[in-house]
Every structure is written in structure tokens, then in C-alpha cells.
Ligand binder design. Structure first.
Ligand code: FAD
Ligand code: NAP
Length: 483
């Protein structure tokens, strides 16, 4: 934790902390946002645009901003991270403060925030993932895609995830874009990954990887995959790698394609073309010499993860064969009594992220992992709002999170203007919270601090011939900031 030297605890610490931030005058609407991912930043952007005086404070549990843009988006997709430029512009406005390294529910209670602000926005994303709840899930080399992604993206809490890549086959359960991301990182040539901001320690592990086959397992059919066309195209064109698909899985798609909605048609056409092995002369030579491969398997649900002889690590997964019930794209998988075993030395579970509650007072739906809300207004709690994945569930890209953030921002301003949100009482805002933090000997990381850390990472990366070398340890981040 970024603590003051002992002599600075108390009044002096408080004065110093305060000097780092702009403060609001009386009667200014004070809004705080929990979480500095896309939802947090887009909500802030909309608040500033729609209201001339509102003060916005963004609290973030990590010393660094941007949530899954920094720690989720694949390192070989740097263009997706361009939204960081817009977030940086928002953060540099006088009416916005970033208070990093402050976990709400731990360093500051939710009740303290509610008391200090006219409105609180929950934008803290989905911090967990869904489990399979089958035997063997705790074996070694069984890992959630969420933690695997955190590891290759340098997320401090995942820096020490133990992944053994001294295996030939990996199975990924799930066929969404996260599953494709992890498969692509496992299968990409090292010279491609070296140009990204994957931390050096992870590149070292990947350089020793023996993984040559990744199987993505879906519980439904090829027409139901949750991945998108750009990601599929990348897999089809992956260097030194070939698809190894079972043509029989794709035959029925020919008749189905004309009936599909336009958005889905192109994806399924490409999938069918790849599965039915319709030769593309440009790719034929790549496939002929490829030393790695990916597979898609369908209509299979994992029922047990099988151990190695010593009972410690994963050796395979037993899957029930499924049949489909219902109509069209909403068909659901029903397990049969037939089974199949896939051998693997690494199993990644990629069946979705999951939100958690940060306070018992929140109307939390544990099934969906979301805070109950209507258009971003938390149900039954005046002055409380939600945006992004914690309000919608863990689905959707940055663009849909932007829409969610903008909508929530608009609703807050409309509530201020209509008087629905009472801002007549002067609130302490961050001045009140900084006082509390100072008493605890805590000093938030500011956006200027982040800019310095950003420079440090970019400089270190440049020396290594990459865009940045992330600092993957919170203490080390704080150490860099002391100098
Ligand atoms: P997050 O981005 O998760 O932000 C939440 C923030 O809240 C985090 O910074 C977190 O540290 C903070 N926080 C959590 N708890 C607390 C607390 N108690 N106190 C203070 N702060 C807290 N979309 C695309 O468009 N393109 C892509 O290529 C893409 N790749 C993705 C790859 C992965 C692996 C994943 C999982 C998602 C990807 N997405 C992509 C989707 C995109 O990341 C999400 O739409 C978006 O990040 C959701 O934003 P959010 O702000 O709701 O959550
Ligand atoms: P997702 O898109 O919801 O995919 C989850 C996958 O897991 C689906 O194939 C789903 O199959 C399967 N699944 C769920 N429960 C299962 C179970 N119990 N057993 C077996 N399979 C199960 O989630 P995600 O991949 O985590 O992605 C989250 C969001 O981030 C998505 O909106 C995604 O598009 C976005 N994202 C985007 C990018 C990008 O744009 N490049 C990259 C990464 C993530 P069913 O369909 O049968 O439920």
C-alpha cells in the first residue's frame, strides 16, 4: 500500500494529499465513480459534457487506470487500446480526479462514499469468473482464462499464476472471444509476441512452451459459437499454425447460412469454409508447413477433469456428448449418456467472467453477477448508479460499455436537473475521503503519478524493443513513484 512516511500521517499528510487535487466549491454536485475501466471513464466523460460544474472523482483499486483495457484486451491488439487517449483527456480535466490504489470496501467503505457524495456510480466490472463445478477443477494446470489473461497482461495479482507450458495439448472450455484470445497467445510465434507488451517473464515461459495443439470445446454447435469474425479470421491466418477441423461438423451449415441474420451470416460462412476445408491457395502453403494447430469441437460438456497418475495435474477431460433442444440460435445443450475423453496437459476454463458484490446493501443478483438497475439507476437506492459490466453482466465490447457509460452519465445529469437527485446539501466529496485516508496513512495514486509510471514503462519497453514493459508488482509501482 502507498503509505506516507510515519511523520506525514495525520494533518500534514492530509494537507499534502489535498494539494494534489482540485477541490469543488460549495453546492457543486459531487459524483464519485468506483472503477477506472471503460465504464468509469465513459461515465465521467458524459457527466462533464452534460453538466457545467459537476465534480467527478474516480476511485480505482489498482495504482494504474483503465481496467480491462490494460489487463484484458489482448497484447497483440494494441489498436483496441486507443480509447486510452480519450480516457487520458478526460482524466486531465480540472473537474476530474483519479484516486488510484484505493479499494472501495476495504480502504474506504461503501457507506463512507455514500455519505461523502451526492451520487455514487458502480463501474467496477466483473472481478471473478464462472466455474464449471466439476471434479478435478482444482488440479494443477487447470486455470481460468481470466487468470491466464491476467498473467500474460502483467496484472499484479496474477503475476505468480503457475502455468506449466511443458505440455503438447491444451483444452479451452468455451468458444467466446476470450477463449480465442488465449488460444491465439498460446499458438502465436514468439517473434510476434515479442513485439507486444507481454512482460519479459511471461515471454520467457512462452519461449519454452511445447504447446502445439489447442482445442476449443463448445457445448453447442458451430452455428452457436460466441467468437466474432475478426478473431476467427486471425485464427485462420495465424502464422505457422493450421486449423484441424472435422468437416462433418460443418456440413449442415450450408443449408443454415441463408436463414441466418446478416451479422451472423459472414461469420458462419467463414467457419463453414474453414471447416469444410475449401482450399485457399495463399494459406495452403502455411498450413502445409505449420507445426501448431487449433481445433474446434462441438456438442460437448465437461463432466470431470482427469488427473495424471500421481493425482496432481490435469491429464485430460471427460466430456458428455450433447444434443440440442429448442429452435435456432437459442437452442440449448442437453447432456446424453455418451462420453468422450480429450487428453491435455493444460485446461483453461473460458466460460465467462462474473461480477461480485462489494457491499451487502447492494441489490445484487448473484446469478447474473450484476447490480439490479434500470437504465443505470440502481433499483431502490437514490443517488446510486451503475454502468458497464457490473450493470449489464460480463458481455459486450468496449463500444457497448461506452454506450452503457454514456447512458448512465446522461441519467445522472437528468436526475440532477429534475431534482430527483438532491444536490442542495453541501457534500465533503474527496476532501472528506482524503481526510479518512490520511488518518489511515494512505495516499492515493494520482493521474500525474500514473503518467510518470507510464513514462517509466514505455522507456523500459523501448530499451527492450517493445511498446512498454509493464511493472507487474504493486510495491514496485509505488517504488517507481517515490523517485
Ligand atoms: P473493467 O474494465 O473490468 O473495469 C473495472 C475497474 O474497476 C477495474 O479497473 C478494477 O480494478 C476496478 N475495481 C474493481 N473493484 C474495485 C473496487 N472495489 N474499488 C475500486 N476499484 C475497483 N472489448 C473490445 O472492444 N475489444 C477487445 O479486444 C476486448 N478484449 C477483451 C479481452 C478480455 C480478456 C476481456 C475479459 C474483455 C475484453 N473486451 C474487449 C471487453 C471489454 O474489456 C469490456 O467491455 C470492458 O472492459 C468493461 O468495462 P468495465 O469498466 O465495466 O470493467
Ligand atoms: P462469452 O462471449 O459469453 O463466451 C462464453 C463461452 O462459454 C460461450 O461459448 C458459452 O457457450 C460458453 N459457456 C458458458 N457456460 C458454459 C458452461 N457451463 N459449459 C460450457 N461452456 C459454457 O464470454 P467471453 O469469451 O468471456 O467474453 C466476454 C465478452 O468480452 C464478450 O462480449 C466478448 O465478445 C468480449 N471480448 C471481446 C474481444 C474482442 O473484441 N476481440 C476479446 C475478448 C472478449 P454458450 O453460447 O453455449 O453459452
Amino acid at each position: 500500500m502507498y503509505r506516507y512516511a510515519k511523520t506525514l500521517v495525520g494533518r500534514e499528510a492530509y494537507r499534502k494529499a489535498l494539494s494534489n487535487f482540485s477541490t469543488a466549491s460549495n453546492n457543486t454536485p459531487q459524483v464519485c465513480i468506483i472503477g477506472s475501466g471503460p465504464a468509469g471513464f465513459y461515465t465521467a466523460q458524459q457527466l462533464l459534457k452534460s453538466h457545467s460544474s459537476v465534480q467527478v472523482d474516480i476511485y480505482e483499486r489498482l495504482p494504474v487506470p483503465f481496467g480491462l483495457v490494460r489487463y484484458g484486451v489482448a497484447p497483440d491488439h494494441p489498436e483496441v487500446k486507443n480509447c486510452i487517449n480519450t480516457f487520458t483527456q478526460t482524466a486531465s480535466k480540472d473537474r476530474v480526479s483519479f484516486l488510484g490504489n484505493i479499494t472501495i470496501g476495504q480502504d474506504v467503505t461503501f457507506a463512507q462514499l455514500r455519505n461523502a457524495y451526492h451520487a455514487v456510480v458502480l463501474a467496477y466490472g466483473s472481478a471473478q469468473d464462472r466455474k464449471l463445478n466439476i471434479p478435478g477443477e482444482s488440479l494443477s494446470n487447470v486455470c481460468s482464462a481470466r487468470r491466464f489473461v491476467g498473467w500474460y497482461n502483467g496484472l499484479p495479482e496474477d503475476a505468480d499464476v503457475k502455468i506449466n507450458l511443458d505440455v503438447e495439448s491444451a483444452v479451452v472450455i468455451g468458444q467466446g472471444n476470450v477463449a480465442v484470445d488465449v488460444a491465439r497467445i498460446l499458438l502465436s510465434p514468439l517473434n510476434v509476441l515479442r513485439k507486444t507488451d507481454i512482460p519479459e517473464s511471461v515471454l520467457d515461459s512462452l519461449s519454452k512452451s511445447r504447446v502445439k495443439r489447442v482445442v476449443l470445446v463448445g457445448r453447442r454447435g458451430p452455428e452457436h459459437v460466441a467468437l466474432t469474425i475478426k478473431e476467427l479470421r486471425e485464427m485462420v491466418k495465424l502464422e505457422q499454425c493450421r486449423p484441424n477441423l472435422i468437416p462433418g461438423d460443418y456440413e449442415h451449415l450450408k443449408a443454415l447460412i441463408p436463414t441466418l441474420p446478416r451479422s451472423r451470416k459472414r461469420l458462419i460462412e467463414l467457419l463453414a469454409k474453414t471447416g469444410l476445408d475449401i482450399p485457399d491457395p495463399k494459406l495452403a502453403s502455411v498450413y502445409a508447413t505449420a507445426n501448431r494447430e487449433w481445433q474446434l469441437r462441438f456438442l460437448l460438456s465437461p463432466v470431470e477433469i482427469l488427473p495424471t497418475e500421481d493425482g496432481k495435474a490435469v491429464a485430460g477431460v471427460r466430456l458428455a456428448k450433447n444434443r440440442l433442444e429448442g429452435e435456432g440460435l437459442d437452442q440449448r445443450a442437453v447432456q446424453t449418456e455418451e462420453y468422450e475423453v480429450l487428453e491435455c496437459g493444460l485446461l483453461l476454463r473460458s466460460i465467462g467472467y462474473k461480477g461480485i458484490s462489494i457491499d451487502p446493501s447492494l441489490p445484487f443478483d448473484h446469478k447474473t453477477g450484476t447490480v439490479a438497475n434500470e437504465n443505470g439507476r440502481v433499483i431502490g437506492q437514490k443517488g446510486l448508479y451503475a454502468s458497464g459490466w457490473i450493470s449489464t453482466g460480463p458481455a459486450g465490447v468496449i463500444l457497448s460499455t461506452m454506450t452503457s457509460g454514456f447512458n448512465t452519465g446522461k441519467h445522472i445529469v437528468s436526475d440532477i436537473e429534475s431534482g430527483e437527485l438532491d444536490t442542495s446539501e453541501t457534500k465533503g466529496g474527496k476532501v472528506q475521503i482524503l481526510q479518512h485516508l490520511s488518518n489511515k496513512g494512505l495516499q492515493p495514486v494520482t493521474f500525474d503519478d500514473w503518467n510518470r509510471l507510464d513514462d517509466y514503462e514505455i522507456k523500459t519497453g523501448t530499451r527492450l524493443g517493445k511498446p512498454r514493459e509493464k511493472v507487474t508488482d504493486v510495491e514496485k509501482m509505488l517504488d517507481v513513484l517515490k523517485h
